[in-house]
Design a binder for this molecule. Structure first.
Ligand SMILES: NC(=O)c1ccc[n+]([C@@H]2O[C@H](COP(=O)([O-])OP(=O)(O)OC[C@H]3O[C@@H](n4cnc5c(N)ncnc54)[C@H](O)[C@@H]3O)[C@@H](O)[C@H]2O)c1
Length: 371
């Protein structure tokens, strides 16, 4: 039995994956990402009933439920999980409550789509993944970049061996000015970190996945807080509260893998650069690639050749991730966002923060590496 069959059989054995039945979903946290991604994403799915929503801010869930036509609203997560017979939930709260909400939802018998990053740190993430395995439920993390058309196409090129051995990669998500002015993104006690954990997580996860998720063994990195505490800094949107800002507005990391490959990661909410951009680059022995936009650089018949895939479908990546999650809940497929891969992402982010504090390289190797 391969891994995919094993996961599907594990899910079917829980008895709550009757494919003919409507999937009942609830949402924990009625803020921005719930409003513009999860609620419309579930409501676009056939045979899915978005039945309930909760939020700790009194009355907020009720207001969102009314606006979005959701039948039941709660001010308490535990009450929602107790009263509603849900098959699945989305966790759309700040990072500090991903761990608690995910464990509570798994204990209530739900599959979980938890927003990124998986948690505040690796220790919390490991407990969540272990709990999901113990419960025999899907735990998918909201790393929607994997579902973008260009990422999917590039993954197919990589898996077909067209790039050969990938030995170097760059993962970049740089904003010139884009410190979030809403929510609690700029406070460490709620989010665990700033630009690195918030947007670095997307480009890092996507690039690692494209590389085939080699095993990280060592990390060197640094983070800075160069803009966030300064109220005079120009904002392109709603200004954040500079007096409460205590996270990084830029992070950089260099990651070494067990197979000898290296990855260079950069993420900023604010930086003095010409313009904001996001980019992933892969260098392999037979070909290289960059996105976005997607281009593949290789050789054919003794000539250098650039390949530009065209006519790719425009997809809403958040909707695609929700469609995939629902298919996992139904037991139709194994989760493409493999939780152990997400733990490696979190381990690297934690290590960059630690390296920045200590000024030293952080080893992630297991006893096997030292043997
Ligand atoms: N995947 C993406 O592209 C993406 C984009 C934005 C945000 N996010 C992630 O989504 C999460 C939420 O971000 P947001 O922008 O929606 O924030 P937000 O501040 O707009 O909304 C969060 C909501 O959660 C509620 N909440 C807080 N603690 C709660 C708890 N214990 N139980 C129930 N509700 C609780 C808050 O009252 C608030 O309404 C974060 O983890 C963030 O990293 C992901």
């Amino acid at each position: 039995m391969d891994f995919v069959q094993f996961v599907i059989s594990l899910q079917s054995s829980t008895g709550r994956n009757d494919m003919s039945r409507t999937v009942r979903v609830g949402i924990i946290g009625a803020g921005g990402i719930a409003r513009w991604a999860h609620i419309p994403g579930y409501q676009a799915q056939p045979d899915v009933e978005l039945a309930a929503i909760c939020d700790v801010a009194p009355g907020k869930a009720a207001q969102v439920a009314k606006e979005c036509n959701i039948a039941h609203a709660y001010d308490s997560m535990s009450e929602m999980l107790k009263k509603e017979k849900l098959d699945a939930v989305s966790v759309c709260t700040p990072n500090a409550s991903h761990h608690e909400a995910t464990l509570a939802a798994l204990a209530a018998g739900c599959h979980v789509l938890c927003e990124k990053p998986i948690a505040m740190n690796l220790a919390e993430g490991r407990e969540m993944v272990a709990a999901a395995h113990a419960a025999g439920k899907t735990l998918q993390i909201g790393l929607q970049s994997r579902f973008e058309s260009e990422t999917q196409v590039l993954k197919r090129f990589v898996e077909a061996g067209e790039l050969g051995e990938i030995y170097y990669a760059e993962a970049t998500y740089m904003r010139r000015r884009g410190i979030p002015g809403w929510g609690v993104f700029t406070q460490k006690k709620f989010q665990g970190g700033g630009a690195l954990i918030d947007i670095g997580v997307h480009t890092l996860d996507q690039t690692l996945w494209l590389m085939g998720n080699p095993r990280p063994v060592a990390v060197m990195g640094a983070t800075w807080e160069a803009f966030g505490h300064r109220p005079e800094v120009v904002s392109e949107g709603q200004h954040w509260d500079a007096s409460k800002f205590d996270v990084d507005d830029m992070g950089v990391g260099l990651v070494r893998f067990a197979n000898g490959a290296m990855l260079y990661l950069r993420a900023s909410w604010a930086a003095n650069i010409e313009k904001s951009y996001g980019e992933q680059k892969l260098l392999g022995t037979l070909g290289g690639a960059s996105k976005s936009p997607l281009k593949i650089y290789t050789e054919r018949h003794g000539a250098l050749v650039d390949i530009t895939p065209t006519g790719l479908p425009e997809v809403k990546a958040h909707f695609k991730e929700i469609e995939h999650f629902v298919a996992c809940v139904r037991g139709e497929t194994a989760c493409m966002v493999v939780p152990e891969q997400v733990l490696d992402v979190q381990a690297i982010l934690d290590a960059i923060y630690e390296s920045s504090r200590s000024g030293h390289e952080v080893r992630l190797d297991t006893p096997d590496d030292k043997a």
